[in-house]
Design a protein around this ligand. Structure first.
Ligand SMILES: NC(=O)c1ccc[n+]([C@@H]2O[C@H](COP(=O)([O-])OP(=O)(O)OC[C@H]3O[C@@H](n4cnc5c(N)ncnc54)[C@H](O)[C@@H]3O)[C@@H](O)[C@H]2O)c1
Length: 349
């Protein structure tokens, strides 16, 4: 049986990928030490996802190991060797704010941890596909310097802008903008993953995600906006919108659709490839629009306030142009639209 090694296997994307690849007949080796609890507190722990995978997957082995622990990671890869045909690397420190508190921890997990996994793959299973979840934050705050027009419930990119119609493609520059420390550690990992494709001919791919979401998201104040917003709505906890009048726009892609993108790549891999991935023009909303949708479903008002200060590194408008991925992998289609995503998260909090 082929093995998929999944780092961050208890996380939103890791747990969905574990279910998806297991369903395709893979034995799953999960690596996750629940650092998310340390980053964001008990409420944000991914322990529930770990329990679910252990109970429901046919063949699931879990290692509560830190990806920075080179010896343990190499031992795991040595044990399974060339039976590993996919490595899905989703473990990360995912927050701008947290990275400022502990830059060294952020960089060592996001950049050094990725290098350790690339080396383990090169040494023990060089033919495996190596799938990495990067971030649209590698583009820094470049998009915020473009011209926007204000609409009633959202910002829109100036219709004359080359990216207005379909959203941001992979041509957005990554230099000369503010990335935050989190963005910088992700850039380092992103470029390393590409380089292992170019230098060693490995089947590596970078997926630069916008907002990734789904019912397995343990949303926290600093990470996972839609999940945290719904959590606040369900528990009647006040939600504070940070800046941009609540009109900042994000596209959202369901974790299932992302895991399916990983699968399509695995079936027909390339070397050192880069794709922007997200909900595109099909699935996006501003925070105000998301609040309206949630209120309509719950049939009650949310308690929220607007602060003038925006979060460091926050995009005013981000919609992903996924056409490069769609061109290369025409079988990939969205299964979840925005209302299905929100309804499912309300039904399975
Ligand atoms: N969720 C989003 O909106 C979003 C957007 C863009 C990019 N991404 C990227 O996608 C990936 C997955 O995101 P997610 O939302 O599933 O995050 P998540 O926090 O739900 O999952 C990540 C998992 O990695 C684990 N982890 C963290 N540090 C670790 C370490 N040192 N050793 C072992 N395990 C560790 C955590 O415990 C957690 O369970 C990350 O790389 C993230 O940067 C996420």
């Amino acid at each position: 049986m082929s093995i998929a090694v999944i780092t961050g296997s208890s996380g939103l994307i890791g747990s969905e990928s574990a279910s998806f690849f297991n369903h395709q007949g893979f034995e799953i080796v999960g690596i996750d030490n629940d650092m998310r609890r340390l980053f964001f507190g008990d409420d944000a722990s991914n322990g529930r996802n770990h329990e679910r995978l252990s109970k429901t997957l046919k063949s699931y082995t879990h290692y509560p190991v830190d990806i920075r622990d080179e010896q343990s990671i190499f031992r795991i890869f040595a044990k399974h060797g060339s039976n590993i045909s996919a490595v899905i690397h989703t473990a990360a420190q995912p927050s701008h704010d947290w990275a400022m508190k502990e830059p060294f921890t952020d960089f060592s997990i996001n950049a050094l941890g990725t290098l350790i996994l690339l080396e383990a793959t090169r040494k023990y299973c060089q033919d495996a596909t190596f799938i990495f979840t990067s971030s649209n934050k590698v583009y820094g705050d470049f998009p915020n310097h473009l011209k926007f027009v204000e609409r009633e419930t959202r910002w829109e990119l100036d219709p004359e802008n080359r990216w207005a119609k379909w959203g941001f493609d992979e041509q957005v520059p990554i230099d000369q903008s503010k990335h935050t420390l989190f963005g910088a550690s992700k850039v380092s990992a992103d470029v390393l993953v590409q380089e292992y494709g170019h230098t060693f001919g490995m089947k590596t791919v970078v997926f630069r995600g916008g907002c990734l979401t789904g019912p397995a998201h343990s949303g926290a104040l600093q990470h996972g906006f839609l999940s945290y917003l719904i959590k606040c709505a369900l528990n009647e906890v006040p939600y504070q919108i940070l800046g941009y009048k609540g009109k900042q726009v994000r596209d959202n892609v369901h974790s299932y659709d992302l895991a399916n993108a990983f699968w399509q790549f695995h079936l027909n891999p390339k070397c050192g490839e880069v794709y922007n991935i997200g909900g595109s023009r099909a699935i996006n909303c501003s925070i105000l629009e998301a609040i309206t949708m949630i209120q309509n479903i719950l049939r009650r008002s949310m308690i929220y306030s607007l602060s003038e200060d925006h979060r460091s590194g926050d995009h005013i408008w981000w919609v992903t142009d996924v056409s490069k991925f769609q061109r290369d992998y025409p079988k990939w289609k969205y299964r979840y639209g925005l209302s299905e995503i929100i309804q499912e998260m309300i039904d399975h909090p």
